[in-house]
Each structure stands twice: as C-alpha cells, then as structure tokens.
Design a protein around this ligand. Structure first.
Ligand code: SAM
Length: 328
C-alpha cells in the first residue's frame, strides 16, 4: 500500500461514506424546509458494493473510514457493514457520525463488530429546543445513546454542535463548561448554507466569535501535538478533562488546505468536495461489472479532481443537494 495525494499535494487517507439519505430527525439546518424525496432503496449502494469500494480505496492508501448519512443507524443491519469493513487490510480507524437517537440499541453490537468511535450531533441540552431544531422529541434518547457509547468504549465520543445565532448560542457556556469537569469533547461547527439558502446561513456565528464568548471561562490552550484526522482545531481549558474543537468551513479561508477526504454518497457517487457539485458515478460502473483495477482508476480520478478549496464565499455556487444525501 502507498499513500495517495491530490493535485495540490494534500495526502488523502479518509473516506466518508453516506449509507443512507434517510433520517429520523428533520434538523432545520440540514433538511430543506420542504423536505426531501428519499432515494429508492434499489438506488442505494448495497453493503457488498460499499465493501468493494473500500477495498479498492484501501489499496490506494485510504486508512480511515467514517459512516454517516442521513442517519446511518436507520439503515437496517449497519453493524453487519462494520463487520465487513473492519478486517479490510490497511483500514485502522472506523467511526460513525450519528444523531444518537438509536445508539443505545446498537452501541454494544457496533463495538463488537469493530467500530472504533462515534461522533454524536447534539445542538442543545434543552428538550423544547431540541424539538424546535429537529422537529422530534428525542433528546432523552440521544443522551442515553451517548452514555451507551461511552460505556462500551466507542471513545472518545465527540459531540458536534452547530452553533446558530438566536437559536442555541445561549448554550455555548453550558457546553464549553462541561468540558472542564467531564470527559466531554465538544466541537463547535459553523453553519453552512443548505440547499437553496444562499451563500451564507442566516444563523451564521463564526468560530472566532464563539471562542471569544466561551473564553470567559478561561483561556483556551491548543491541544498539542495536533489531534484528530479532520479539519477541527482542538483546545482545552487549563486542567480540563475534555476538549473543545472548532470547525470553521466558512470563516477560515485556509480551511481546505488540510483536507484529506473523499466522500461517497448513498447513491454511489464519489464526491471530491462536500461544497462543490462535481460527482463521479461509481455505482453505474460497479453495476456494469467494473474490475478492482477499474475501481481504483476511478477513485484516483476523483482524488485528482479535488478542488483547491470551496468557493462558497465568492460564487453563487450553492449546494443543490442537502447534506442528508451527500453525507455531512
Ligand atoms: N445523522 C447523522 C448526524 O446527525 O450526525 C449524520 C449526518 S449529519 C448530515 C452529519 C453532520 O453534519 C452533523 O454533525 C450535522 O450537525 C452536520 N450538518 C448538517 N447540516 C449542516 C449545516 N448546514 N451546517 C453545518 N453542519 C451541518
């Protein structure tokens, strides 16, 4: 196995796989207000097809896999997919991004199938606000899911909070404060525009602003050596048990310089960049009987076509597909 880099010499070692576009929540920043049409089951990649792609990608130098969606745990038999991927040579990290609502049911099975860790989306600690943001009354299930993940060792459990002005930014100190006394790993995410919204989310709050507001609790120190596989930058309060990460796709013009990812959509498109529309249809090739060498050629082509950065700020090139389909 050798590593692979894109045209800008960024090493690419991370594949994010969306296993379904379906979700049991309706988060205001993820699903367009009119809802979305679900992709028919026959158009989703089968687990065998995902396995074939992961094997080919691993031979090219991908060693980290994240399963996402939609909500990955609403797809039947997800632990079985983990069990298929875990033994693939060279894959040394398999993680899951989930809304946590079903995690208490699956945590133990996922762990024994070979999952390493989970990220859970948690935007509020208040039940009524949870219902406002997600249109479902399931905060209790999420909190149970987080505890279940910790108790079976799917750790570190990272909590993703999309910070939205006048919606949940009154809870910044509650989330940040938890990292001092508990083993909480909170990541503050800048809201990205959803399909049809324009180049900037109306609820945008920059991570710089978040940082200023939470530093009333103490001065953040960078976590060294640098941690994580992704774009988050991590800090901690002095003596804190947990950490704080900032994910800054909008405010940091240098955000894409460390990008190490390729995405696979639930309907089998390789997507070189979350925020650019280009996709390469891998499913069609797979169903036409492409060889493993052919698969590797297409994956290399997708990696070579990764753009230098996203162009949200200066263009009108706004997402046409919701994140639930691409895999956020
Ligand atoms: N259902 C899973 C979940 O809730 O984590 C996985 C899919 S969700 C699309 C993955 C991540 O994308 C979540 O952490 C979510 O908060 C984030 N996300 C979705 N839409 C976003 C947006 N418009 N801006 C920023 N983050 C977003």
């Amino acid at each position: 196995m050798t590593g692979i880099s894109d045209s800008f010499e960024r090493p690419i070692n991370y594949l994010r796989i969306s296993v379904t576009d379906r979700c049991n929540l309706r988060c205001i920043y993820c699903m367009p207000p009119g809802g979305v049409h679900s992709i028919p089951h026959s158009a989703l990649l089968s687990y065998e097809e995902i396995y074939a792609i992961v094997r080919a990608a691993a031979e090219l130098g991908i060693n980290k896999i994240r399963l996402t969606g939609g909500e990955p745990l609403v797809r039947a038999g997800l632990p079985e997919l983990v069990r298929m991927l875990a033994p693939v040579e060279a894959i040394d990290d398999i993680s899951l991004t989930t809304n946590g609502t079903l995690l208490s049911h699956y945590a133990a099975e996922l762990k024994s199938a070979g999952l390493h860790r989970v990220n859970v989306s948690l935007d509020t600690l208040k039940p009524d606000k949870f219902e406002f943001i997600t249109h479902r009354n399931k905060l209790g299930d999420v909190l149970e899911g987080i505890e279940a993940a910790k108790s079976v060792g799917l750790t570190p459990v990272k909590l993703n909070m999309v910070v939205m002005k006048d919606i949940n930014d009154d809870e910044l100190l509650d989330f940040a404060g938890k990292t001092i006394d508990y083993d909480w790993h909170v990541r503050f995410i800048e809201p990205m525009p959803v399909a049809g919204e324009g180049a900037m989310s109306p609820q945008f709050v920059s991570s710089g602003d978040v940082r200023k507001r939470i530093e009333v609790l103490g001065q953040l120190e960078p976590c060294l050596p640098r941690v994580g596989n992704g774009p988050a930058k991590y800090f901690r309060f002095p003596q804190a048990k947990g950490t704080i990460g900032f994910i800054t796709p909008i405010s940091d013009m240098d955000f894409c310089s460390q990008c190490n990812k390729l995405r696979l959509t639930s309907d089998g498109k390789l997507r070189p960049c979350l925020l650019a529309e280009d996709e390469i249809d891998l499913k069609q090739s797979l169903r036409a009987g492409i060889s493993s060498a052919g698969l590797k050629r297409v994956i290399k082509q997708a990696i070579a076509s990764k753009p230098l950065r996203h162009y949200l700020a200066e263009s009108c090139a706004v997402q046409s597909r919701p994140f639930s389909q691409i895999g956020g």
